[in-house]
Design a protein around this ligand. Structure first.
Ligand code: SF4
Ligand code: SF4
Length: 256
């Protein structure tokens, strides 16, 4: 019997989510914020100019960022598909949305590409304000911080509530909406993801063009027309591999 990769993936992400909740409840030695890889990015300017980390951030944030960039260069955005708690929550909401709303509107490829530009704008704005003030003033708009701090110190009151609700509704309508269009960490990973060595490959000779892989991909990557999935958004989630009815047509390989 074929074991769905999704079960393994969801099991792993449940363990990670439980650990983040444990830290968020103040039961661990460190704050949950110490494990935010984007914090490493936010610290770079402070480290460069003043030799110190911004606000609540520390060396662990930077080490995580560097480790994840290496991981992405090896295995594309597998962190996003196999470990990120916000990605996991968004994916669960997206699945729920798909079950309740069978015929959700599909974003055209052109519009999808355009909307993805927003994540680069979010990255620039986040870094600009953090570097300018030395404070993590965008915490109030960051779902990771808002959710796990329980709208705690640094959140922006009613604005944070609106942001969270909007992101949740967005995830319900468009699969992986936050990851696709808003996540600044995803924007940092993009160039490294393109060279990611471990990727899904398609054997054209046994492919029947059934389209199951395209339908299964939460990032709307046109798997059926590609020989190697080099796409920057691929999280190696293996949903396409699980969905393919042909034996060994989609495989995970180390390829340039
Ligand atoms: S191409 Fe396949 S492995 Fe990559 S994100 Fe889409 S479904 Fe997941
Ligand atoms: S699911 Fe498999 S057989 Fe169907 S189009 Fe995709 S690669 Fe080809």
């Amino acid at each position: 019997m074929k074991i769905r990769s999704r079960y393994i993936r969801y099991g792993l992400m449940t363990i990670i989510l439980a650990q983040v909740i444990y830290l968020a409840l103040g039961l661990g030695a460190r704050s949950f914020e110490a494990y935010c890889p984007f914090g490493g990015m936010e610290s770079l300017w402070g480290l460069f100019t003043a030799g110190e980390f911004s606000c609540a951030l520390g060396p662990l944030n930077l080490s995580l960022l560097i480790s994840l960039i290496v991981l992405v260069a090896l295995s594309k955005k597998s962190f996003c598909g196999w470990a990120c708690p916000i990605g996991f929550l968004g994916e669960l909401l997206g699945r729920l949305g798909g079950k309740i709303w069978k015929k959700r509107p599909r974003i055209s490829a052109k519009m999808n590409f355009r909307l993805k530009l927003i994540r680069y704008a979010v990255l620039v704005v986040a870094l600009y304000f953090t570097y300018k003030t030395g404070e993590l003033i965008l915490r109030g708009y960051d779902p990771f911080y808002i959710i796990f701090s329980g709208f705690g110190h640094g959140s922006a009151g009613v604005i944070s509530v609106i942001v969270t609700v909007a992101i949740a509704i967005g995830a319900f309508i468009i699969p992986m909406m936050f990851c696709r269009y808003l996540c600044p960490l995803g924007a940092v990973f993009d160039p490294f993801s393109r060279i990611g060595l471990i990727k899904v490959t398609r054997d054209e000779s046994s492919c029947t063009s059934c389209g199951n892989c395209d339908d299964a991909c939460p990032h709307d990557i046109p798997v059926m027309t590609l020989e190697k999935i080099r796409h920057r958004d691929c999280t190696n989630c293996l949903e396409c591999v699980d969905a393919c009815p042909e034996r060994d047509t989609l495989q995970v390989r180390v390829e340039l």
